[in-house]
Design a protein around this ligand. Structure first.
Ligand SMILES: [Zn+2]
Length: 249
């Protein structure tokens, strides 16, 4: 199933060739779980297989990302909602924590090394921010021209970013939630079978108002999605214990 979708931006009505309506395999085990923190639910949305999603997550609230089908890479970008030039930076994040993986306590830092979000709950060992996002160009290079018709995360980012007047120049190195990219003792990297499972979650507290853009990765040429792209659930909650915003480290 493939239809064209349109959306409104400051530049008028735009169309997208990214297909909608993809579904996971019929025998997929799906667990929709829910928000990882107690509190008022402000937003609760489902992201279909292969699709994109975005929202502004207000300072002090928590975004839970649910890996509904397990081993589904949620490719992720974050921007200061009021200044899109101030955005997620993988090197600033990794250098500040002196570790290659994203786990509980990781502060997602900006290109000015300021905190955008903090990982406050996590149900798998680690997440990746080295492996980057797939695209139809890189797929063609890695897997051959017969996959040129498949859209990738870059196309999802461009589609979703256009809703916020973001373009190709705004795409930076991303986070891959639930993707397993081990760094071996000799420094080599792999994209290997995931460690996640249906219903596993990661939760992020916004340290300022943050625009989050997610590509529910459509990749079918390596094991990052277990060769079966499945849905995600996105829940934004106001934690029950949240008073005024805490100053982040
Ligand atoms: Zn991807």
């Amino acid at each position: 199933m493939s239809t064209t979708r349109t959306f409104s931006t400051d530049r008028g009505e735009l169309g997208s060739t990214v297909p909608v309506g993809a579904v996971a395999a019929a025998d997929s085990v799906l667990s929709w779980t829910g928000g990882a923190v107690e509190g008022e639910t402000l937003l609760d949305e489902r992201v279909g297989s292969n699709a994109s999603w975005s929202a502004v997550v207000s300072a002090g609230t928590v975004l839970t990302i649910v890996d509904v089908g397990g081993n589904q890479s949620a490719d992720f970008l974050a921007f200061d909602a009021h200044d899109h030039a101030h955005r997620y930076s993988a090197p600033d994040t990794l250098v500040a924590q002196q570790n290659a993986y994203i786990r509980v306590g990781t502060v997602l830092r900006s290109n000015e090394s300021l905190p955008l979000m903090t990982v406050v709950a996590n149900e798998i060992d680690r997440h990746d921010t080295i492996g980057g996002a797939c695209s139809k160009e890189s797929n063609t290079l890695r897997y051959g021209h017969h996959v040129a018709y498949e859209h990738g995360c870059r196309e999802n980012f461009l589609t979703e970013g256009a809703k916020h007047d973001l373009g190709a120049r705004d795409l930076v190195s991303n986070i891959n939630w639930f993707m397993n990219v081990p760094v071996e003792a000799d420094g080599s990297l792999g994209i290997v079978d995931g460690m996640s499972a249906p219903g596993k979650r990661v939760a992020l507290r916004a340290e300022r108002d943050v625009l989050v853009i997610v590509s529910n990765c459509p990749q079918m040429n390596n094991p990052c999605n277990d060769f079966n792209p499945t849905p995600l659930r996105m829940v934004v909650s106001r934690p029950a214990s949240a008073g005024t915003d805490e100053a982040a480290a």
